[in-house]
Design a protein around this ligand. Structure first.
Ligand code: UDP
Length: 360
């Protein structure tokens, strides 16, 4: 994509202090955009927000704070990352997912309508497909989620069609598969870590004794789940491209290669040189056996290609980041070379709901 195409745009990024959001913000700034991050910091980190961006600490469930923030920014477009995104948790507390992913989303769309923002890029998920009928999964695969997280993302997708018809909002929904890896400055640091690669790397860092493998009896070559891992920098590049869309659409965003949990662990052993002991556990509720993307539609519409398609490159970048700051963003201020510059402006603070956590 021609990066110059987005230079000068003013972009409002919800969840921009989270893992994927913070790296997208960095790429937007490097491409010459002006960026305002809106994040309640329940999952995100102040230190994850590039010092060149404005940070507004606020909650999407607070319509007043959100409305003021959007009106003050008057953006050319919104990128909406903020969400609750843990499949297992969504099975136990669906209400949290419908509130944070659907109600908060309606608030955002309504605020956009009020001030006339016509462009949205939205983080959807492969979880909207449920148990795919065919692998790789194309966009025409029926969407039949098997967990509340996937249902909440699908509900928001379905609303977008009507907001376009009634209010002319052009939206691009990107159905993330499993986002992995790090940039030099930013990586994955969740307060409660449930994701495979960071959990495996914590064993290599000596912070955990072993990694648990959830399910070893799936109908896959080694009995563990297959997932499509896509580098977070490729995901960020896809968002820059999506900002140039001339019409609405939903697109898969993945590599097209499936790696099993067992293969991911083997790769991490190779990169870290650590034996990484494992313990077999029962299947995790809500997990499909296999999710691999056909991202041909997005590639042909936007000329996007994953440039870091190799799992080893994703793991190596994550490992480099975790080694530099083994306790995540807690370590940032003690590392002079990557410490952020001036403190961010804080326009509003409100009660914190749990949100702003992104994954596939
Ligand atoms: N997984 C695992 N052990 C862990 C974390 C995850 O076996 O400590 C498995 C999980 O059951 C799934 C795959 O790894 O099959 C990817 O899970 P993750 O939570 O990273 O992403 P998801 O696919 O749920 O978005």
């Amino acid at each position: 994509m021609n990066v110059g195409a987005v230079a000068g745009l003013r972009i409002f990024v919800t969840g921009g202090a989270g893992y994927i959001g913070s790296i997208c913000v960095e790429e937007l700034l490097d491409a010459g955009c002006q960026v305002t991050v809106f994040d309640n910091l329940s999952e995100g980190h102040r230190a994850a927000v590039d010092a060149r961006a404005e940070l507004i600490v606020g909650d999407l469930l607070d319509e007043v704070v959100l409305g003021k923030a959007l009106a003050a920014t008057r953006p050319d477009g919104v990128i909406h990352f903020a969400a609750s995104a843990l499949v297992g948790e969504s099975m136990r507390t669906p209400e949290k997912y419908f509130r944070n992913n659907v109600v908060a989303g309606v608030n955002l769309l309504d605020a956009m309508v009020r001030i006339g923002v016509k462009r949205l890029v939205f983080s959807s998920s492969c979880a909207t497909y449920g148990l795919p009928a065919a692998i790789p999964v194309g966009e025409s695969n029926p969407q039949a989620p098997i967990n509340p997280y996937g249902t909440s993302k699908l509900m928001f997708e379905q609303m977008l069609r009507w907001y376009e018809q009634a209010h002319g909002i052009i939206s691009v929904g990107l159905r993330f598969f499993n986002v992995a890896g790090a940039s030099i400055r930013h990586g994955e640091d969740h307060r409660i870590e449930t994701h495979l690669i960071p959990n495996v790397l914590r064993v290599a860092l000596g912070q955990r004794d072993h990694v648990e493998i959830f399910g070893t009896d799936y109908a896959t070559p080694d009995g563990t789940c297959l997932r499509d891992y896509v580098h977070v920098l490729d995901v960020a590049a896809a968002h820059l491209a999506a900002l140039t869309a001339t019409g609405s659409g939903f697109y898969n965003l993945g590599n097209g290669a499936g790696y099993s949990v067992g293969e991911v662990i083997t790769c991490c052993r190779r990169i870290t040189g650590h034996p990484i002991p494992t313990v077999a556990r029962p299947r995790r509720e809500g997990d499909p056996a296999c999710l691999v993307a056909d991202s041909g539609k997005f590639k042909s519409a936007f000329g996007w290609q994953p440039l870091r398609a190799d799992l080893a490159e994703m793991v190596a970048s994550a490992w480099a980041w975790h080694q530099r700051q083994p306790h995540g963003y807690q370590d940032v201020f003690s590392i002079g070379s990557i410490a952020p510059g001036t403190p961010h402006r804080q326009l509003a603070t409100t009660h914190h709901h749990e949100s702003c956590h992104q994954t596939g």
